[in-house]
Design a protein around this ligand. Structure first.
Ligand SMILES: [Zn+2]
Length: 319
């Protein structure tokens, strides 16, 4: 794909209709061709127009709304300028970034973000999940639809422009807790951690105590490009599937075969509950779990990089 990308290419890319080879070719081209990148940025904003989340962002920002803001490249530029190195500096970056807010909106509203909630619903119901902790909730791309489907969801993220938007659009009805300790996080039935692990410099410190208490964990299925290093953004820590596996395994969680690799999410369960999940309802727990480990969380939510350079995903109603 050495020629410029056609509009049709961009649309297939947006909706994740390309096979692995062509998707990577498109991603590589976008990373090196400013002409096509600019077209891609306009294309995804045009596709987002009319989406409830797009309209909400416009109303929320009012006169400050910047049409066609290239949040992906702006995020990368901001990161390079600030060059945060310590966990505190990195946290501050996400706490103050308005580009990240735009990025999370455009990723979802354009249809580029995978249908995580739709894909995970059968799993959550099979395991009789009632309470969910959305770790790295950002603007609530999953928090809100999970809540709307009847789950008791707590968002977890830094106070930031993204979570301020979430509070605004849900009129404060979503509970959001800070990921850093010492903190009191509700002990959920399920840990929902999508596009967030790559932002955690120390996964164990950030979510180890939560992993001990949950029945299941939902993560995104690793995407092909996640092993690539040409992303414009610098804030992703790529780990191999083996590394992720080791982290979860240390807390008694195993990748469950029930999750087909074709879906956007992976499910991690305890071996005991895995066997009985089909027949035994796990009673919901209401234990408040106090954990005081200093969280090394580095980022609030969904990965921006994806949205931008490319995580293809779907068309789902935002709310
Ligand atoms: Zn081009």
């Amino acid at each position: 794909m050495n020629d410029h990308l056609s509009t049709q290419d961009l649309d297939h890319y947006l909706h994740r209709n390309l096979d692995t080879k062509h998707e990577q070719a498109a991603r590589t081209h976008l990373a090196s061709c400013d002409h096509c990148w600019a077209r891609w940025n306009r294309h995804r904003w045009d596709r987002a127009r009319g989406h409830p989340l797009y309209d909400a962002l416009r109303r929320y920002l009012g006169d400050e709304f910047l049409p066609y803001l290239d949040s992906s490249r702006l995020l990368a530029a901001e990161w390079d300028t600030l060059n945060p190195t310590t966990p505190a500096e990195i946290a501050q970056f996400f706490e103050t970034s308005t580009s990240y807010l735009y990025n999370l909106v455009i990723w979802e509203a354009s249809g580029h973000r995978p249908h995580y909630v739709d894909d995970a619903l059968p799993i959550l119901r099979r395991h009789n999940i009632r309470t969910v902790l959305d770790f790295g909730c950002g603007i609530g791309n999953d928090t809100v639809p999970l809540r709307d489907r009847g789950f008791e969801v707590t968002g977890c993220d830094y106070a930031s422009p993204s979570t301020a938007f979430l509070k605004w659009r849900t009129q404060g009805t979503v509970s959001i807790v800070d990921p850093r300790g010492p903190s009191t996080l509700p002990q959920p039935d399920a840990l929902w951690i999508i596009d967030t692990i790559d932002h955690l410099p120390d996964v164990e410190a950030a979510i180890g105590s939560i992993l001990d208490g949950v029945d299941i964990v939902i993560t995104e299925t690793p995407r092909n490009h996640q092993s690539l290093s040409h992303s414009k953004k610098r804030f992703h820590i790529r780990r191999t599937p083996h590394e992720i596996d080791a982290i979860f395994h240390a807390h008694g969680l195993e990748l469950a075969p029930e999750c087909a690799p074709a879906t956007s999410v992976q499910c991690w369960t305890r071996s005991s509950s895995q066997d009985s999940a089909q027949t035994v309802a796990t009673p919901p727990r209401h234990v408040v779990h106090h954990h005081t480990s200093p969280l090394g969380l580095v980022t609030p939510n969904r990965s921006p990089n994806d949205d931008c350079t490319g995580e293809p995903p779907q068309q789902r109603r935002a709310n």
